[in-house]
Structure formats: structure tokens, C-alpha cells
Write a protein that binds this ligand. Sequence first.
Ligand code: GLA
Length: 407
Amino acid sequence: MLKTKKRLTLLVAMCLLRIVTIAQTSDRNKLAPTPPMGWMSWSFFAEKISEQGVKEMADAMVSSGMAQAGYKYIFIDDCWQGGRDNRNNIIPDPKKFPSGIKALADYVHSKGLKLGIYSDAAPLTCAGFTASLNFEEKDAKTFASWGIDYLKYDYCGAPEDSATAKLRYKKMADALSHSGRDIALGICEWGDRQPWNWAANAGGSQWRMAGDLRDKWQSKPGEPGMSIMQVVKTNGDLAAYAGPGHWNDPDMLMIGLYGVKGPSADLGGTGCTDVEYQSQMSLWSIMASPLIASNDLRNMSPQIKTILTNAEVIAIDQDVLGKQGIRKVSDEVWDIFVKPLANGDVAIAVLNKDNNARDTKINFVDLGINGKCLIRDLWAHANVGTASSWKGNVQAHETKMFRLTAK
Ligand code: GLA
């Protein structure tokens, strides 16, 4: 009898724990209903990050029109840390952040923006600074007290197996859930342990699905370092895993870096053309990816600003249905993605991977779209016809983007 009672109590306790866990996970899923948009410090500042630099980028985010276009986060990446104080509280480098992170968060919030920060699930970060292993609760509370809205959690120096990764990410997600503030979690283990299968359950709003992207369209044979084309190839297969609150993250936008010195420039990252940057914007948007600029927002050419702030393209990325575009065609020359939208429209992206301009004709029925559609070219900002197909020329490495409305 007693045994049965004990068992019953244990069962009820387990059920309650499960309910709490599910509730926490689904709550965490609400933190990024559409893919997060912002600017991240790594490519441009790396170890030269500073309070002044971050403030200037926040100013530029607003004055350039990027904030208006939807870019809301300023993400502080690695190299901000100054160790721990005598109570083991993590602290910023006092030379780089003389006013502290709370003051910076207040500043960023006063501009209507949000602030992200960075740590790692090991004793040290990728760049060798103090990280959060075994200090998860403490650091989550510190981040909350500063007013942090997002944590990018890296995986350098941590064991290779998946079980440990899941535990370490879940531990931090739970700590963030208990911190008293809504702080989204970005999982960054470079796709090595197929995070699309477990990262959302571990409490992540997004997960990097590949290694660090370099500022290059394509890698030369045998050259290491991820290119835009490599990331697209892999991420194109992962559409089923993304949805509101949990996104595949193919890494930062290289748009406007033009091979600038820094982390994006090594391993062949010598820069892209404006056509290729425009393609990255189209492809990231059709794949419902986080849109995280990494260029110098203070000095943007009109072309780059136009690419980053194209409202019609951003609307595809941010569509509330939250579907990652499905790659319906992938051959030697073409990739064609199809993304259903909340109002019943469909977005399509047509990528010419060839090194020469190409003519093409796309019959919508081959993409599963029946009947005639009003065709809107989202880069030309023009309606280009009502038809059941589209015929035209696509430049080398260009990605055309259309919104189709059934007629
Ligand atoms: C890893 C991440 C990068 C960046 C650096 C910082 O390489 O993948 O995005 O955060 O660490 O050290």
C-alpha cells in the first residue's frame, strides 16, 4: 500500500516537472515569434569592442533607418568580459566598458532597441575570455539585472558529445527563465550536433546550423571557411525545423563588409559584389533567417542601405506564418525557394548560381502554385504582370525575389 502511494506521489511529481518543463520551453519559444533582426559586433569590432563603439552603432542603427526597417537588437559578441569580481559576479572589461553594461543597456533601450550579450558553455569563450560554465544561474541573474534581452551562447572548449551540449544549453536556458527577465537564447555550436533536432527543446530561439560564415560567395576548391553558397546548400534542407520561436541561423549578414579586416576576412573572406550581397539578403529572407547585419552602420553606402532595408524583402523574412522557404528546385544552375505567407500569398526566390547571366522561364505550377498570379518583383518594387509563369534574365549570382498573389 505504502509502496503504491510512494509510486503515485513520484508519478505526480514527475508529471508536474514535465508540465513545468514544457511550459518553460513554450514560454521561451515566445521570445522570437519572427526571426530576430539586429547588428552584431563580431565581424566589425571583434576584440576591439567598446562601449563607445556599441553606442555609435546604436545611434547609427536609428539614424540610418535600420531600426525603422525592423533591426532591433544590438548584439555584443565575444571580448567584452573582464573576469569575475570577488563575489564571482561576471564583470565587463573596465577599460572597454567604463560605465558598465547596465548603463549601456539603458542607453540602447532609450533608443527603442534591445541589447544582446555573449557567453560560452565552458570556462572560457572562443576568444579566451571568462565564460559561464557552472555559473549559469549567477550569470543569467547578472545579465537580467543589466537589462540584457538576448544571450548568444557559444560552445568553444566544451565536450564534443551531443548529450553534454543539450544539458549545458538547457541549463543556461533554465537559468535565463529563472532570471526574472525575458532573455532569448541563441545556440551557437555551429551545427555540429544537429541542433535543429534538439535546440528548440533545450530553450533556444535560434541555432547556428553551420560554422562561421566568411565574407565570400564561394570557396575555392579545398579552401576552408564557410561561404554564402555552402551555408545556403545546407540550410536549404532544414526548412522543416524552423517555425515561430525557433529558427535556423545561417550566421550574420556579410552585406557591406567588402572584405574588411577581421574575423569574416580570413579563410578566403575577401568580400562579395553588391549583387552577391543582395542575394544574401534575398536568400536569408526566403529562409526565414535571423537578419543580423555586421557591417559598419556608421559608414554605409546608399547601395548597402538599400539592400539591408528593403521593406518588401524584410516582410518576407518577418512573415508571421513563420515558414522557412522550401527549396523546390536545386540543379547545377538554379535554386528556387518557395515560402508560403500568412495572407495566402507565396514568395519565391530564384538564384542563378552560374557565373554567367541566364534566361529562364518558371512555370508556377511546377512549384506547386496553380493558376494565374499577380507577380511583384520585390527588388524592382514593381508589379511585373499577371500570369502563371515568369520569364526573364537573372544575373550571375543574383537572386530575384517575387511575391505572388493568386488572381
Ligand atoms: C565563435 C562563433 C562566432 C563568434 C566567435 C567569438 O567562432 O561562432 O560567431 O561569436 O566565436 O569568439
